[in-house]
Write a protein that binds this ligand. Structure first.
Ligand code: THU
Length: 135
């Protein structure tokens, strides 16, 4: 599937990135099974460690939306200079809440060059909480 609309959404979300410190602007767009697209961009803080990646902004927006249809995801497109792969923290959260997604990495400098991977490749043997004891 070409995912042209999803890629456009990630590139558009990137325009909303607030990254005055790193100047590394990232946009992410999640595709829900319902067909809805939920996007986000990275937001940085003067207290650098508080910054949040585009992937988590998009994921948290989707998960906390009133519409429950936005909690089952089939793909995520991520746009950044060079087409960076998600950081470790985002991999953990995506594995937990969007473990079956196709991950499309887009180089914002040449968006026609995108690569596709999966959460199993990015975070094999993920800890998802499935091993928690029954309560
Ligand atoms: N960043 C993302 O938004 N997503 C990634 O996949 C990698 C890193 C952000 C965090 C920070 O605002 C900036 O990029 C530099 O690390």
């Amino acid at each position: 599937m070409p995912h042209t609309k999803l890629i456009q959404a990630a590139l558009a979300a990137r325009e909303q990135s607030i990254a005055p410190y790193s100047k590394f602007n990232v946009g992410a767009a999640l595709l829900a099974a319902s067909g809805e697209i939920i996007s986000g961009a990275n937001v940085e803080s003067a207290s650098y460690g508080l910054s949040c990646c585009a992937e988590r902004v998009a994921l948290f927006k989707a998960l906390t939306d009133e519409s429950k249809s936005r909690r089952d995801f089939t793909a995520i497109a991520i746009a950044s200079p060079g087409g960076a792969a998600p950081c470790g923290a985002c991999r953990q959260l995506l594995a937990e809440y969007a473990g079956k997604v196709e991950v499309i990495l887009i180089d914002s400098e040449s968006p026609e060059n995108s690569t596709v991977t999966t959460m199993d490749i990015l975070l094999p043997n993920a800890f998802t909480g499935d091993d928690f004891p029954e309560v």
